[in-house]
Design a protein around this ligand. Structure first.
Ligand SMILES: [Zn+2]
Length: 484
């Protein structure tokens, strides 16, 4: 029997602010030395008081607005109480019933119903809290690093609208891209700057099944695979008449899973598994109450409007514009939108180009190594104009990319003798020679064999050392063959 999966996501994102959430310590996720960016506030010394980081509040509201959320006029912070060695205060400042953003949605291209159909995944809330420190367990003892303690952390919770691992992955990827465009976070998943948790249950009828939470998902791929795995695991349990336990499970990718398998644990699947970590706490276990050391927040319409104005063109709009304005196909538009820097470079180089070269520019930029080099915009535009005018072949253009970082393309082409042969007289000479050297091929051509023309054109290209203009070769060759 198969069951309907109901999936919701909780996504934590470290914000790229200059300082931490409630103190002036540097927010530097790349700091290698432990306990450098700490002070009495973020290490919770008695008598210290937190101060709200306005930049962090703005970044969360900006994200909420980009995700079509409602921004309530009032918001507040709450204490979430739990004891863990990486949490110096013994509670985390978070938001309970008055989050910064509510009731939004993100429109994603659903991989379920084909790329062309969009689906709205509703967003329940986006709130702001502080990150915890980090524990390192080594050689039988544990160390704690508080550099991360107090870094502003945004938490986004979706409604359970997602129906598969693929769709969850799509949501996470689309969100990740928006965060980049908004410049609110680097959201590097490998560095733990964006962390995804999954809530999943299976049901056969109207009643929802028991909810299981999966943690430790640090790549888009593991989000998809952990969900697929969990659907399979829960389906098997239900089909055996067993119960799904409400709990938190961790995801072990294949490397960890297979090492455990070698250790003799036979239930492990080499493709990665989820394992039970603990039974889930309820909200009342955290004894939430309003943070007495921070004032409640009140937002004026002007404040919200000023943040709205800072929202740049987002990926979806940019893609539509690229398709409409530049007549790009969907695939090229996707590449240029997904790679923000490349898309910006594309728009700079085409400024000096006529509209008939724009498609060429997109193709050339995407299909060559051009993006690897730091080619000045004007040189790139010149190169594209030379390809368009038939002065150089695409192959030769590709070859000189590393050189035009510092030199004008035309100069390089002349130096290396790569100018394309477009002179009909010169080309006719080579073509005539080729025809006389290949009587068998010419005979086959006369018998109507279709591939022979390409073969002869290839010979001409070889003879010209790749410099012949392919269009002129084709047309001249066809013409001269008729005369033989
Ligand atoms: Zn501090």
């Amino acid at each position: 029997m198969t069951y309907q999966p109901t999936i919701g996501l909780e996504i934590h994102v470290e914000l790229s602010t200059k300082s931490k959430m409630f103190c002036g310590c540097k927010n530097n996720p790349d700091e290698k030395n432990p306990n450098v960016n700490i002070c009495p506030i973020c290490t919770a010394q008695p008598g210290t008081l937190p101060v709200i980081n306005e930049e962090a509040v703005k970044k969360v509201i900006k994200t909420g607005l980009a995700l079509n959320c409602h921004i309530p006029e009032y918001s507040k912070f709450d204490r979430k109480n739990y004891f863990y060695p990486d949490l110096p205060k013994g509670y985390q400042i978070s938001q309970y019933d008055k989050p910064l953003c509510e009731d939004g949605f993100l429109e994603i291209r659903s991989p379920i119903s084909g790329d062309r159909i969009s689906r709205n995944i509703r967003i329940r809330r986006v709130h702001l809290e502080e990150d915890t420190g980090r524990l390192l367990h080594e050689n039988g003892y544990s160390l704690v690093d508080f550099n991360r303690a107090g870094i502003p952390l945004m938490e986004l919770v979706t409604e359970p609208d997602i129906v598969s691992g693929k769709e969850a992955r799509q949501f996470a990827q689309d969100l990740h891209l928006i965060l980049h465009y908004l410049d609110v976070s680097d959201a590097d998943m490998e560095k733990g700057q964006m962390r995804v948790e999954v809530n999943i249950s299976l049901s056969s009828g109207k009643e929802l099944g028991t909810k299981v939470e999966i943690k430790n998902l640090n790549s888009f791929r593991s989000v998809e695979r952990a969900i697929d795995y969990e659907i399979k695991r829960q389906t098997e349990l239900l089909n055996k008449g067993e119960k799904v336990v409400q709990e938190t499970r961790g995801w072990l990718d294949e490397a960890v899973a297979s090492s455990r398998r070698v250790a003799g644990d036979s239930e492990l699947d080499e493709k990665g598994i989820t394992v039970s970590q603990r039974e889930k706490e309820s909200a009342h276990d955290y004894r939430y109450f309003p943070e007495p050391d921070l004032p409640p927040l009140h937002f004026s319409n002007d404040f919200i409007d000023s943040i709205k104005k800072e929202i740049p063109e987002l990926p979806r709009q940019k893609k539509e514009r690229f398709i409409k304005k530049y007549k790009l196909d969907e695939k090229n538009a996707d590449v240029l939108v997904y790679n923000k820097a490349l898309g910006e470079y594309f728009e700079t180089i085409i400024k000096d180009l006529s509209s008939d070269s724009i498609k060429l520019a997109a193709d050339f930029l995407i299909n060559t190594e051009a993006k690897r080099y730091n080619i000045p915009h004007s040189y790139f535009s010149q190169l594209l104009a030379l390809i368009r005018d038939g002065k150089i072949s695409k192959t030769a253009a590709k070859e000189i990319l590393p050189e035009i970082v510092t030199k004008q393309p035309l100069e390089v082409i002349k130096e290396r003798g790569l100018e394309q042969m477009s002179d009909k007289g010169d080309l006719e000479k080579i073509i005539k020679e080729t025809i006389s050297k290949n009587p068998k091929a010419v005979g086959d051509y006369k018998l109507g064999k279709p591939n022979v023309l390409q073969f002869l054109a290839g010979k001409v290209m070889q003879e010209s050392r790749g410099k012949a203009n392919p269009q002129i070769v084709q047309s001249t060759l066809t013409k001269l063959l008729k005369e033989v």
